[in-house]
Ligand binder design. Sequence first.
Ligand SMILES: Cc1ncc(COP(=O)(O)O)c(C=O)c1O
Ligand SMILES: N[C@@H](CCCC[NH3+])C(=O)O
Length: 462
Amino acid sequence: MRAHPAGPRHAEVLPASHLGNPAKNLNDLDPTIWPANATRENGVLHLGGVDVRDLAAEHGTPAIVLDEGDFRGRARAYAEAFTGGDVFYAGKAFLSRGVARWVDEEGLHLDVCTGGELKVALSAGFPPEKIALHGNNKSTAELQKAVDHNVGRVVLDSYVEIVRLADIAQRAGKEVQVLVRVTVGVEAHTHEYIATAHEDQKFGFSLSGGEAAEAVARVLRQPGLKLVGLHSHIGSQIFDTSGFEVSAHRLVGLLRQIRDEHGLELPELDLGGGLGIAYVEGDTPLDIGAVAKELRRIVETECTSAGLPIPRIAVEPGRAIVGPAGVTVYEVGTVKPVDTGTGTRTYVSIDGGMSDNLRTALYDAEYTCVLASRASDAPPMLARVVGRHCESGDVVVKDVWLPSDVVPGDLLAVAATGAYCRSMASNYNHTPRPPVVAVADRTTKVLVRRETEDDLMRLDVG
Ligand SMILES: Cc1ncc(COP(=O)(O)O)c(C=O)c1O
Ligand SMILES: N[C@@H](CCCC[NH3+])C(=O)O
């Protein structure tokens, strides 16, 4: 996904230069895009040591495959990089009970943003004190559940919520630890739909408008709430730290104002998630060790010059942990060459689509894929991988080189689908949602089973 709003969806056939070297695309697995334990043996994709043909035979297609080793490796790298701080895995990217256990075992905390995500976490036995509850419109029931279960942090997002949570806390005779979500006014360099800290949007309290300072004052007047820090999340799929620098600078300015006005030095600063991953060749994700060092340097410099103690830093990565671990395996159903007027584009229809990966349609996201079930030395063709839904915008991979002998029955594997694909999946056209299957050490384990038509029919009670 590029840092521009949705571009032309059905552009002319692109010159080969746009997509790099076709031969390379056809045969290589770029290690920045594919999971750590992905290999190709005689053209056949293996994930976590499992042949995707066996995986498809056992679990069907489409299937979202998660490389457990890749996930755990990234989680561990985050935990190590932020030693002395806290890493909250953002469950919105993808959450299941199995994944919640991996997160816990790797020493991470967890960010949930609905009662549903909270339920998954609690039922996995995730320690409640290591959970933070987010959301711009948490219901009374969700807040009550958080208080009942002694969730570690609630990130406050509106004046209404301050009173709502304070009432619940007081009635329960508890003191809830909270952060105030601050809209720092940063224009993150990402798609406008997933930037979250510019002024004109629904999240948080505006810093420049004075609402953030007012929210702090109101929280401090509530006996049921204990203010422990500030929070900011500037957006998602970000490839440079400049936005975080501006954000940290402004948050520390508010920490200083709070110290000056209320005599209070807040111990925590949560800088949110948002680091980008490689979806296609040319995407350059940041090294997490270097990012952690840089964020620490920024916060330390700002706090030192403000005469403040260095707060404990928290971050909330979702995509950067689960995104690269995921691969979606589809079966090809039809292959249709179309004359575009400037060339031929071959539409390859797979057995899923925007119901299991909305990101291309919603954000103009870019993905890549390979023919996964066999070797081919056929010359490359420019293909567009499309779904089976009743929308012309139902595209999964806009432009990709595939061997020109792709036929129905072949398996295609789309890379980097671990984040925001299954978690944003829908039942559009009464389509049952795909399973999520973990692979590790040549074995598979179903984390979320495939939905069935009967599952969907059970909801139809009229
Ligand atoms: C508050 C908050 N924290 C963390 C995240 C996770 O973001 P990402 O998956 O880009 O790391 C999001 C989503 O953008 C978010 O809204
Ligand atoms: N769902 C978005 C990111 C938004 C994350 C939540 N604030 C994506 O797929 O890129």
